[in-house]
Write a protein that binds this ligand. Structure first.
Ligand code: DP6
Length: 345
């Protein structure tokens, strides 16, 4: 059990060994980050704005371990799975939802930990639990990555500010940087800043879980292909600059209808870069289109709800917190849903 809610983290002493626990939240963009202007410096092609979600989160524990701990854990895994090669040369242990991850997955996380440690002789065990399906375009990467960054900050005693952590986090995964601010966060492509956007609107999301399988094309690969080959990409970048300015304005004016309309338009524009890539591809399936129509029909009948989609088939519905219960009741009859308010950080 988690003894308290914490944003930074909690230091515990377990069997005389320092261990930290943190919690971090997923975010879903209403103006999308899609494309990198400079992948090395992590400058995005587009500025983005997202909601940080209270009920979609990752909990992460981290502690120091030694070579013997790794040997024992790997031996145990090999006995049960009989796949020696998968766990070779691991310098850390990474458990995701209770399962030891293989060398390839662990190495990705080890690289993030490298941003905090002197060298790989400082070995860690990371145990992470997502309360949502992993890697199905449900933003588990944004909460997962930001949680590891928060845990490192605690374990290595760094005391970085939220802004500094967000700047580190973007190198792990761009969208994760926005999980350090909430309820609404922005990442500005020109200044590089990541910060909270003020609004009095109390926004919420309903995720329609249409497919829980891992996506075939990662956001990283998908956006790279679009930036390189989409005939619509330049137009997307130009229009997105206008969308970013307008979205901030509508949020400041607390104009939900305009926020919602632009959320839909911006998401469709992002997906247009995917349809116009070479070769063209799609993250949508039939259920995605059906759900989009369902949202539109509800709106035509007076409900205040708007859709957005990321690098996966699931549809996320933007609404006001005051309508959350009523709308959840409607969607629940037809779909498996995850309901979430936003979180103030
Ligand atoms: C579609 O943050 O996953 O969710 O920076 O390459 O790790 P990398 O990409 P990632 O991209 C997410 C893109 C998106 C839209 C968004 O969240 O803004």
């Amino acid at each position: 059990m988690w003894s308290r809610e914490y944003l930074g983290g909690e230091n515990l002493i377990k069997k005389g060994v320092k261990m930290v626990k943190v919690k971090s939240y997923a975010n879903i963009a209403i103006v999308k980050y899609w494309g990198k202007k400079d992948a090395e410096k992590m400058i995005p092609s587009t500025s983005s704005i997202s909601l940080t979600l209270n009920d979609m989160f990752t909990e992460t524990e981290m502690e120091f371990i030694n070579d013997e701990d790794i040997k024992i854990a790997v031996e145990k895994e090999i006995k049960s799975e009989n796949c020696k090669d998968k766990f070779g040369d691991m310098t850390d242990l990474f458990y995701l939802n209770g399962e030891l991850q293989d060398s390839v997955h662990t190495e990705k996380i080890s690289k993030v930990v490298d941003l905090f440690r002197k060298n790989r002789s400082q070995k860690v065990k990371i145990s992470t639990t997502n309360n949502m399906p992993t890697a199905a375009g449900l933003s588990s990467s944004s909460s997962g990555l930001s949680a590891v960054i928060k845990a490192c900050n605690e374990l290595f005693g760094k005391s970085y500010t939220q802004s500094e952590l967000a700047q580190i986090s973007k190198f792990g995964s761009g969208s994760s940087s926005r999980s350090f601010f909430g309820p609404v966060a922005a990442w500005d492509k020109d200044t590089g800043e990541i910060y909270e956007v003020k609004t009095d609107l109390r926004l919420a999301m309903i995720v329609l879980v249409l497919n829980e399988n891992k996506k075939e094309i990662s956001s990283r690969n998908g956006m790279e292909l679009c930036a390189k080959t989409s005939t619509y990409f330049d137009e997307w970048v130009k229009q997105s600059e206008i969308d970013f300015i307008n979205m901030k304005k509508y949020l400041a004016e607390n104009d939900f209808e305009k926020v919602g309309t632009l959320t839909e338009e911006n998401a469709l524009r992002m997906h247009k870069t995917i349809e116009t890539a070479n070769p063209p591809f799609t993250y949508f399936n039939e259920k995605t289109y059906e759900a989009m129509d369902f949202v539109k029909n509800l709106r035509n009948n007076g409900e205040k709800c708007y859709f957005t989609m990321d690098a996966g088939p699931n549809v996320k519905v933007l609404c006001l917190e005051e309508d959350l219960e009523k709308l959840a009741g409607i969607f629940e009859e037809k779909y498996k849903i995850i309901v979430s308010k936003t979180v103030k950080l």
